[in-house]
Write a protein that binds this ligand. Structure first.
Ligand code: SF4
Length: 245
């Protein structure tokens, strides 16, 4: 197997010890660049592919390894973004080094791209957080900027490889907070043995200032943040077998 090509990757930022991006305690590297334009994006400052700072894969892996004593049995490194698939060759190099050092590797992705580098990346990926933003093509096209098909195809590839996967969805009231929408997500998860769980995440607006600083329109500015009661109700639809009909 030939090694991935990219010598350097573009990194937006690092988080030393996070608990929200994959199993256990994790070192998170946010890769620069994203081809999508989600209406709810918290990180518009990661969009521009030529931004960020240059690092070698070895430098990123060494940074993660500094924290290995905190990772325990379940933690490790997560590559997020932006969209890490945009730098899949580089990401594969990082994960290959980390796996050789015994670190658990987790990929946080929209699943929107597929190529030979992405295949190499999946060979060294232990867990995937797949952001399934909506469950229908029209919403994907309107609020993400791509069709749903590449994402479903990516999920099928994860399933074929048996890579443990968590589906994640940011809840935006009025767009994907209906019972039917949550049950559609649950039904989708049920089609794939690789899916180990579903996480619903509340939409937040703390990113608004980033849009202002970048001179970009925050298209979700008028959308309410979901209440705790709404999130509990939606999580109930996932948990309750009586809601499956
Ligand atoms: S895929 Fe992620 S980084 Fe890209 S626009 Fe959507 S939320 Fe933002």
């Amino acid at each position: 197997m030939s090694e991935p090509r990219a010598a350097f990757g573009r990194i937006h930022s690092f988080q030393s010890l996070g608990t929200l991006d994959g199993p256990g305690v994790r070192f998170v590297a946010f890769l620069q660049g994203c081809p999508l334009r989600c209406i709810c994006c918290h990180n518009p400052d990661t969009w521009e592919p030529s931004g960020g700072d240059l690092y070698t894969a070895d430098e990123v892996a060494r940074r993660a390894l500094r924290y290995r004593e905190y990772f325990g049995e379940t933690g490790g490194i997560t590559l997020s973004g932006g969209e890490p698939l945009l730098q899949a060759g580089f990401a594969a190099q990082v994960f290959r080094i980390c796996q050789q050092e015994g670190l658990h590797t987790c990929l946080d992705t929209s699943g929107c791209l597929w190529n030979a580098d992405v295949e190499r990346l999946l060979e060294v990926t232990d867990h995937v957080l797949l952001d399934v933003k909506y469950t229908n093509d029209a919403d994907y096209r309107a609020y993400v900027g791509c069709p749903i098909e590449p994402v479903l195809s990516f999920l099928a590839q994860l399933d074929a490889r048996g890579i443990p996967t968590t589906l994640r969805q940011v809840i935006l009231p009025s767009l994907n907070d209906r019972k039917e929408s949550i049950l559609a997500l649950k039904a989708l998860a049920g089609q794939y043995a690789c899916v180990q769980g579903i996480e619903l995440l509340p939409f937040r607006k703390i990113c608004r200032v980033k849009y202002e600083q970048l001179g970009l329109c925050f298209r979700a500015a008028e959308i309410e943040t979901p209440s705790s009661a709404l999130m509990r109700r939606l999580e109930g639809y996932l948990a309750d077998p009586a809601e499956e009909g």
